[in-house]
Design a protein around this ligand. Structure first.
Ligand SMILES: NC(=O)c1ccc[n+]([C@@H]2O[C@H](COP(=O)([O-])OP(=O)(O)OC[C@H]3O[C@@H](n4cnc5c(N)ncnc54)[C@H](O)[C@@H]3O)[C@@H](O)[C@H]2O)c1
Ligand SMILES: Cc1cc2c(cc1C)N(C[C@H](O)[C@H](O)[C@H](O)COP(=O)(O)O)c1[nH]c(=O)[nH]c(=O)c1N2
Length: 174
């Protein structure tokens, strides 16, 4: 009962945060940079994502937020498989290529790729890659949240991670 009235109260609050203020604030929430790939009946596609995190280890599941306006959206929807390739420091150019407005051919020509269980492209030189099937999808605002069940993992060479913080890339770690 209490939680119901709290929720009703929360729904009555007026929206106070503008989009650009939200983005300015989010710029301070540092995150790892990943290239998310897919392949299958919808074709090969990939995009850069920082909105990625672990959900549960039983079953091993991570989430990826994908803007429905992205050119890659239809391919991801049709294929139902993804590979989350965690970028290493030094792969900034690849992040920018997969970050938009370049053709898929140009994006994939810039690196070497393998595959694991699903056929989604696995990036040579990634710190680690998670090969997944999309178990569930939820829509929130402009984005789909893909809940991705991990079917196989490939570890790359250890090295510095690539972080995105204050709208710039930074190396992190050893
Ligand atoms: N989650 C996302 O979709 C996301 C995250 C990072 C960057 N981007 C893309 O890269 C561009 C450059 O980003 P930037 O960090 O240099 O500057 P920015 O001012 O556009 O974004 C600052 C921060 O806001 C968040 N953000 C940006 N666009 C978002 C969106 N559409 N939905 C949810 N969160 C969003 C991210 O955390 C981002 O790091 C953005 O305009 C956007 O197109 C998208
Ligand atoms: C560092 C960084 C981080 C992100 C992005 C960009 C960059 C540079 N982009 C944007 C995304 O990569 C871009 O929109 C896609 O490549 C699709 O662009 P096209 O529509 O194909 O031009 C992005 N998009 C998204 O849907 N979810 C995300 O988490 C992120 N994160």
């Amino acid at each position: 009962m209490l939680s119901h009235s709290v929720a009703a109260c929360a729904n009555d609050l007026p929206p106070r945060v503008l989009k650009h203020d939200y983005r300015d604030a989010m710029a301070r929430l540092g995150a790892a940079v990943n290239v998310i790939t897919t392949d299958g009946p919808g074709g090969q596609a990939g995009f850069t994502a920082s909105a990625v995190c672990s959900v549960t280890d039983e079953p091993p599941t991570l989430l990826v937020c994908l803007n429905r306006g992205a050119s890659v959206y239809d391919a991801f929807l049709a294929n139902g498989v993804v590979c989350v390739n965690v970028l290493a420091h030094g792969q900034e150019a690849l992040s920018n290529l997969f970050g938009g407005k370049t053709s898929m051919a140009e994006r994939f020509a810039a690196a070497q790729w393998g595959e694991l269980a699903t056929g989604a492209p696995v990036l040579d030189g990634a710190l680690v890659s998670f090969d997944c099937r999309v178990a569930e999808t939820t829509q929130v605002g402009t984005h789909d949240i893909l809940f991705c069940e991990v079917l196989a993992i490939r570890h790359g060479e250890p090295g510095k991670g690539l972080m995105y913080f204050e709208r710039a890339y930074h190396g992190l770690g050893i």
